[in-house]
Design a protein around this ligand. Structure first.
Ligand code: SF4
Length: 323
């Protein structure tokens, strides 16, 4: 059996957009075990991917080099006998563990000058390709395009466990989930969730991390942002009638679960990071300054999101036929 170690991205959404790569690797080589090396906050998502055999959690501090700790972890992984490592983050330090683990073939994008740490180096070409395609290119030789369409991300959820979680939080049978946060920054946060919540017929549940509590303030609904684990949030999204979110990690979770959803894009682009689901409807105005990919609006007006009216989002929800 061949064994591959994938160094996972540090963002939930990116981890989901890397899943088509994992599916392609499994399609090409049935006798393959894929382990993922992942920060703890992304690990619950990876554990629900059928392509992954084991998740090895890291506890490196965000942005810290922690050379000794990486060396120790790499040494401890030598016994697992990996044939290949695929490094998905672009940072120099993210390529260290496979190097210290003595994995013979270490592939990934050139990123931060990782020549030497990686020995099969891909070039991204400068254009902002769809993120899922960008990752899936690593399933082929450099310069060879992967076959399209790509497989879609999909997460395993046990329906009974999801129902039990909804009961534990005292939720009714039918509810809508709103995710008003976006870790990336305010230029991805639609400011009209309160107006939307006030117009919905279904009970509203607000999900996100504890850093999203501020974005939930003033929105009528059950605020569970910061009150659930990521696993519980995944189960509550699986049981929702529909989800309305910004371009965020939970948007990609909803897509991977096939939950009907409306995705609102501001400074980013749905060409680059679309929700990969047939049950998704996207709202993106595409105004002249968009996409700028900024975390905060450099022009100060945030027209790309402010000009999305509540009425438009309600129309998209109607089209989902789920309320
Ligand atoms: S510059 Fe334009 S696209 Fe960027 S955040 Fe501001 S309004 Fe949105």
């Amino acid at each position: 059996m061949r064994r591959v170690l994938v160094v996972a991205p540090n963002w939930i959404g990116d981890a989901l957009m890397a899943q088509p790569l994992l599916a392609r690797l499994r399609e090409k080589l049935r006798d393959l075990a894929i382990d993922a090396l992942s920060p703890a906050w992304v690990a619950p998502v990876l554990r629900r991917m059928p392509e992954i055999s084991a998740v090895i959690e890291t506890d490196f501090r965000h942005g810290a080099l922690e050379l000794r700790a990486r060396w120790r972890l790499g040494r401890s992984l030598r016994a697992r006998g990996y044939d290949q490592a695929i490094v998905l983050p672009n940072s120099w330090k993210s390529a260290l563990v496979p190097f210290f683990a003595d994995i013979a073939l270490r592939s990934g994008y050139a990123g931060e000058s990782r020549f030497g740490l990686l020995n099969l180096v891909y070039r991204s070409g400068g254009e902002r390709a769809p993120m899922a395609l960008h990752y899936a290119r690593l399933s082929e030789k450099p310069g060879t395009a992967p076959r399209e369409p790509l497989p879609r991300p999909r997460l395993r959820v046990d329906a009974q466990a999801a129902e039990a979680t909804a009961r534990r939080f005292g939720l009714p049978e039918r509810y809508a989930v709103l995710c008003p946060g976006a870790e990336y920054g305010p230029a991805k946060r639609w400011p009209e969730f309160a107006g939307l919540a006030a117009r919905l017929r279904l009970p509203v549940v607000l999900l996100g991390s504890d850093r999203d509590r501020e974005a939930c303030a003033g929105i009528a609904g059950r605020i569970l942002a910061g009150e659930t684990t990521l696993d519980e949030a995944i189960e509550l999204i699986a049981g929702a009638a529909f989800v309305v979110s910004n371009d965020s990690g939970l948007m990609h979770v909803a897509a991977a679960l096939g939950t009907p959803q409306v995705a609102l894009f501001g400074s980013s682009s749905p060409q680059h990071t679309p929700p990969l689901s047939d049950s998704a409807r996207v709202v993106w105005l595409g105004i002249e300054c968009s996409p700028c990919y900024a975390r905060e609006c450099p022009l100060g007006h945030l027209r790309c999101l402010r000009e999305i009216p509540v009425e438009r989002v309600l129309q998209e929800i109607d089209r989902l036929g789920s309320e």
